[in-house]
Design a protein around this ligand. Structure first.
Ligand code: DQA
Length: 145
């Protein structure tokens, strides 16, 4: 099994978890979620990253691939999920396995959230399990090795 890191990458507005619509996204902060991941998978090295900026997320994906030390990416792209062809192209451009995750069930919400432009280029999608979506995303990367 690989000893390289799993990148947990979060997009716009996920820095506000805990305060942001807790009835939809839960009461845990992003730091809580990241800490729980590290505790649940003590043998895994994590690289945690969040940005409000599409370009920064794309650059992070490329830097991570170029670093050559990443076994997969758990990506919550936030609203970029629904419209960012640039992010989709970046995922297509790398060989890293990317698991798309969402706290909420995007298929049970507004119509505009039911489209993901990144799903097709991701390994799979985990949506609707709250903070557990991230755990399941990590599991999906580990189980395919
Ligand atoms: C989200 C769902 C998106 O529709 C939304 O824009 C987010 C969070 C989720 O985790 O449920 O920012 O990705």
């Amino acid at each position: 099994m690989s000893t390289s890191a799993i990148l947990v990458l979060n997009g716009p507005n996920l820095s506000r978890l805990g305060k942001r619509e807790p009835e939809v996204y839960g009461s845990r902060t992003l730091d809580d979620i990241n800490r729980e991941l590290a505790e649940s998978f003590p043998g895994v090295a994590f690289d945690f990253c969040q940005s409000e900026d599409e370009g920064a997320l794309i650059e992070k994906i490329f830097r991570t691939e170029d670093g050559g030390d990443c076994r997969g990416v758990v990506l919550n792209a936030g609203a970029l999920t629904h419209y960012s062809i640039a992010l989709r192209d970046a995922i297509s451009a790398v060989k890293l396995p990317v698991v798309e995750v969402h706290l909420s069930n995007i298929y049970a919400r507004e119509a505009f959230r039911r489209t993901s432009v990144i799903s097709e280029v991701c390994l799979g999608v985990i949506s609707g399990f709250g903070a557990r979506s991230y755990h399941l995303g990590v599991r999906a990367i580990l189980d395919r090795e």
